[in-house]
Design a protein around this ligand. Structure first.
Ligand code: UDP
Length: 194
């Protein structure tokens, strides 16, 4: 993957369509990929938190928002197009719809999680929502949750627990999870729940 370093964070330089194609290929190949849609806030957190920076160093980081694209322009880096979480979820769900992919939805309040699932089921009937769980659970519930996700064996795992909580959660459980494409999507379930 081609990358451009902006304020210490290595971003994928693929545009939106190429990013989607690349993630689809990774999903089909079972190539495990942690996607971070990084806006300027994410870059600032990484500057102050070495643990978070090292998570980004291992992840597939895409530029979420025009602020990163402007920064790239000023720094003369080859990064021309933003790749937002909302658009990425939509494009990957379109693929899930045509390919019958399995999807697990983790995060947000119980109501928002349920409403986001209903919306995705309506808009993408060919995709299979094989599991979902709100983002408010205790540490001693985590092992069962990981087991549940792995048993459902989704192609896509969306984690909507806010930045940087979702990235830390994904990194902490990365070695145990078997999902190919895992994406932190912040408040996207709230958007879907309308
Ligand atoms: N969230 C969650 N678990 C938590 C905290 C937040 O699932 O422990 C969810 C929250 O319900 C919302 C999403 O994460 O759906 C984004 O939360 P927030 O607005 O706080 O994060 P930000 O948008 O600032 O990343």
């Amino acid at each position: 993957m081609k990358e451009a370093k902006i304020l210490g964070v290595s971003f994928s330089t693929l545009g939106f369509n190429a990013t989607v194609s690349d993630l689809v290929a990774r999903a089909e190949a079972g190539q495990r990929t942690h996607v971070v849609t990084a806006n300027p806030e994410v870059v600032m957190i990484a500057k102050e938190n070495a643990g978070f920076q090292s998570i980004l160093d291992q992840a597939y980081v895409v530029p979420d928002g025009i602020g990163i694209v402007y920064a790239a322009k000023m720094l003369d880096k080859p990064l021309h197009e933003r790749v937002t979480g909302v658009e990425l979820v939509d494009a990957l769900m379109q693929e899930a719809n045509t390919q019958g992919w399995k999807v697990f939805l983790l995060g947000a309040s119980p109501d928002v999680n349920r409403m986001a699932a209903a919306r995705l089921e309506k808009d993408f009937p060919g995709a299979k929502i094989v599991g979902r769980r709100d983002g408010y659970f205790s540490a001693d519930e985590e092992q069962l949750l990981i087991n549940e996700i792995n048993a459902a064996s989704p192609d896509l795992l969306f984690v909507a627990m806010g930045v940087p909580r979702q990235e830390f959660w994904i990194a902490k459980h990365w070695s145990q999870l078997n999902t190919p494409i895992v994406i932190g999507i912040g408040g996207v379930f709230d958007v879907l729940a309308g």
